[in-house]
Design a protein around this ligand. Structure first.
Ligand SMILES: *[C@@H]1O[C@H](CO)[C@@H](O)[C@H](O)[C@H]1NC(C)=O
Ligand SMILES: *[C@@H]1O[C@H](CO)[C@@H](O)[C@H](O)[C@H]1NC(C)=O
Length: 140
């Protein structure tokens, strides 16, 4: 009796972590690649222009969309207007990318800004939406 119980317990002990692993298959800030490069200068004052591009490089099984992407951005201020729907300063070192909307796997969000020095553009948080593998149904 005791032997049976401990056997079924060990079954659950191994089954539960496997299940948890499946459910927690998750993406993170490391699934977003940020590139920042100098593009030239604004004619007035020769203020450098930067191109920031953020790519969803999600490689978890089935892929994922990433939303609510927050980035570090110091006291972001730009001499070149940036559409706040693309990149919005919220508070010190907290900027929101594409209004918090999702960026699909392989997609890129990019914008230009101008400032005397580049801001430290890194991903600070994301919400991961794993794509659940679809069940393929035969169509006949
Ligand atoms: C942003 O920069 C402009 C000049 O490009 C300046 O006039 C303005 O005061 C700055 N804003 C802040 C909040 O620093
Ligand atoms: C920034 O550079 C990338 C290529 O690295 C390009 O695809 C994108 O269109 C550029 N963004 C802007 C706003 O020019």
């Amino acid at each position: 009796m005791l032997g049976l119980n401990s056997k079924s317990f060990s079954f659950f002990a191994t089954a539960i972590p496997a299940f948890t692993l499946l459910v927690q298959a998750d993406c993170s800030i490391w699934n977003m690649k940020v590139d920042q490069k100098t593009m030239g200068w604004l004619p007035e004052g020769r203020i450098p222009v930067y191109n920031v591009s953020v790519r969803n490089t999600c490689d978890i099984r089935g892929g994922c969309a990433l939303a609510n992407v927050h980035m570090t951005c110091g006291d972001f201020n730009t001499s070149l207007p940036v559409d706040p729907d693309i990149f919005r300063y919220l508070s010190f070192n907290d900027c929101l990318l594409v209004g918090g909307r999702s960026i699909q796997m392989g997609s890129v969000a990019s914008f230009l800004y101008a400032h005397s020095k580049p801001y430290p553009m890194t991903i600070s948080s994301v919400t991961c939406f794993p794509r659940i593998p679809k069940i393929r149904l035969n169509s006949l």
